[in-house]
Design a protein around this ligand. Structure first.
Ligand code: SF4
Length: 454
C-alpha cells in the first residue's frame, strides 16, 4: 500500500504558482459523454451553437473539434495572449481537455482563484466552472480584466445553501453576542458576499486543503470561529485541530432553518453556543455525502487504498487511508506507482478523468461507490457540467464579436438566481466596499497558506 501524504493527519502539498497540465490526452475516439442539456436551457444567444452541436452526426473529437475550431480558433487568434481559459477538475473530461487544447488551464478552486492576480496580462478570463469560482477570480481581478462564465446557471449547491440573506441574520446574532471574539471563516465555496463577511470580522477564506491552517491561524485572534457553509469540512477541520466534537455546534440544515431562527434555538441553547469553539453552518455537498464507511471497508477488503475529499462525513474520512483536496487527489493519481489500486471518494467527473489518466500509467482507479451494495448514483456535479462545449464555443465567439451577453459577465457581489442565471448587481460603490472586504479575507488566506508552505 502506498501513501502520498497529506492525510487528515499529514501536511498539505505546496500549491504551485501556475496550474500544470492535467496530463489527460485527447484521444481521437473519445466519446463526448457530457449529458446534453435540453435546448430551452440555453440562453437565446447560445441556442444556435447548441443546435449545431446537437446536430453533429457523431459527437467524438473527430466531428466536434473541427466544429469547435471554427468558433474558438478565431477568438483565440483575436484575443491572443490576453485571453485566459480556465476549467475546474470537476468538469467532464472533454471540457478539461478542450480547455487545455486551446491553451487554457485546469485546476482546483484555490489555483483558479489566483489566476487573475498572477497573470495581469490576461484581460479576458473565461471560466468553465461554477459561479463562486468565477466570482472569486473577479474579486481578485484588476479593473482592466473581465471575467466571464460560460453558463451562468452553473451554481454550486453547497453555496446555494448559504446565501447571504440566509447567513447574515445568524451572523448578526453571533456578532452581537461575541463581538471581536468571533471571526468568520468562509470556505471558498461561498459567494463574494460571505467572503466579505469573513474579511470584515477578522476571518479569512479557506479551501479544503488549507482549512486547518486557516482556522488555526484565525483562532489566534478570536476564540470562536463561525465556519460557513460546509458542516463536514467544518467537523473534519475541527477534528484535525484536536477540537472536541462537543465544542463544535452545527446549525440546522439550511433547508430546515426557520427564517426567524435564533441562536438560542440550537440544541443545548445559548449555554452550548457559549462553550463552542466552532459554530458551523449546516450546508453540505450532495455529491460528497453519498459515501459511507461500508464502501470504504469493502474496498479495503479487496486490497485497495481509499482516499476521499474532506467534504465527506467525518466517519468516512477517518476510515479512509487519506483525505485531501482535489489537487491532492489528482497528484495522488499522478504519483501512484504502476499496479496501484485506488478507490476515490469525490466528484464523479473527476474520478472519470482520473481513471483515464491512471489507465495510461498502469494504475487502477475506481469511484468509491462502485461496490456491489451501492446503487450507482449520479455522483457528478450536475451544475458544474452545465458548462458544455456549445457554451464554451458560444462564449468565445460572442466575445470576439463584441456581443457577449451581460448575464455571462461576472462581477464581485453579484447575487445569482441559478434557476434562470439572472443576477442582481451591486451599485459600484457597494461593490467597491465588498471587493475590499472580500479581498482582505482572500489575502489573509493566501498569506497564511504561503507561510505554512515555507
Ligand atoms: S461538487 Fe459539490 S461542493 Fe463542489 S461545486 Fe459541485 S455542488 Fe459545489
Amino acid at each position: 500500500m502506498f501513501l502520498l501524504a497529506p492525510t487528515m493527519r499529514g501536511s498539505m502539498s505546496r500549491p504551485t504558482a501556475q496550474p500544470t497540465s492535467s496530463g489527460l490526452l485527447l484521444q481521437p475516439n473519445l466519446p463526448i459523454c457530457q449529458q446534453d442539456l435540453p435546448l430551452d436551457r440555453y440562453e437565446d444567444a447560445f441556442r444556435p451553437y447548441a443546435e449545431e452541436y446537437l446536430a453533429l452526426p457523431d459527437r467524438t473529437p473527430e466531428t466536434i473539434l473541427p466544429w469547435l475550431d471554427g468558433y474558438i480558433t478565431p477568438a483565440v487568434d483575436h484575443f491572443g495572449d490576453s485571453l485566459l481559459l480556465l476549467a475546474h477538475y470537476y468538469m467532464g473530461g472533454e471540457i478539461v481537455k478542450l480547455v487545455e487544447r486551446y491553451g487554457g488551464a485546469v485546476s482546483d478552486s484555490y489555483m483558479l482563484a489566483l489566476q487573475a492576480l498572477r497573470q495581469p496580462e490576461k484581460k479576458v478570463i473565461v471560466e468553465s466552472a461554477v459561479h463562486f469560482m468565477a466570482e472569486t477570480v473577479a474579486i481578485l481581478a484588476a479593473d482592466d480584466q473581465s471575467v466571464w462564465i460560460t453558463n451562468p446557471r452553473a451554481g454550486c449547491t453547497m453555496e446555494m445553501m448559504a446565501k447571504d440573506w440566509m447567513v447574515d441574520p445568524v451572523a448578526a446574532q453571533l456578532l452581537e453576542r461575541y463581538g471581536d471574539d468571533i471571526a468568520t471563516v468562509a470556505y471558498m465555496n461561498t459567494s463574494g458576499r460571505l467572503k466579505a463577511l469573513a474579511g470584515r470580522t477578522g476571518g479569512a477564506v479557506c479551501t479544503s486543503s488549507n482549512a486547518h491552517h486557516i482556522v488555526a491561524a484565525i483562532r489566534e485572534g478570536a476564540s470562536k470561529i463561525f465556519f460557513v457553509p460546509d458542516e463536514h469540512l467544518g467537523r473534519n477541520t475541527a477534528h484535525r485541530l484536536g477540537i472536541e466534537q462537543d465544542r463544535v455546534i452545527v446549525l440546522p440544515q439550511p433547508t430546515h432553518m426557520p427564517p426567524d431562527f435564533q441562536i438560542s434555538d440550537c440544541v443545548g441553547g445559548l449555554a452550548a453556543i457559549d462553550q463552542a469553539e466552532m459554530i458551523v453552518w449546516g450546508g453540505y455537498c450532495g455529491v460528497h455525502t453519498v459515501f459511507t464507511t461500508s464502501q470504504v471497508s469493502w474496498w479495503h477488503e479487496q486490497g485497495w487504498e481509499v482516499h476521499v475529499h474532506p467534504e465527506c462525513p467525518l466517519d468516512v474520512v477517518l476510515a479512509a487511508d487519506g483525505a485531501g483536496s482535489t489537487n491532492y487527489l489528482w497528484k495522488l493519481v499522478e504519483a501512484a506507482p504502476q499496479g496501484a489500486k485506488l478507490a476515490i471518494g469525490t466528484e464523479g467527473h473527476f474520478v472519470q478523468n482520473a481513471k483515464t489518466l491512471a489507465a495510461s500509467r498502469g494504475v487502477e482507479v475506481r469511484h468509491l461507490t462502485e461496490t456491489p451494495e451501492t446503487t450507482p448514483a449520479g455522483c457528478g456535479c450536475a451544475t458544474m457540467s452545465r458548462n458544455d462545449p456549445p457554451h464554451l464555443a458560444g462564449m468565445l465567439d460572442l466575445l470576439r464579436r463584441g456581443e457577449a451577453p451581460e448575464i455571462n459577465r461576472v462581477l464581485a457581489g453579484d447575487q445569482v438566481a441559478e434557476d434562470t442565471g439572472s443576477r442582481q448587481r451591486l451599485p459600484d460603490e457597494q461593490r467597491a466596499v465588498l471587493v475590499s472586504e472580500a479581498k482582505m479575507a482572500l489575502e489573509r488566506m493566501i498569506s497564511i497558506t504561503e507561510a505554512s508552505n515555507r
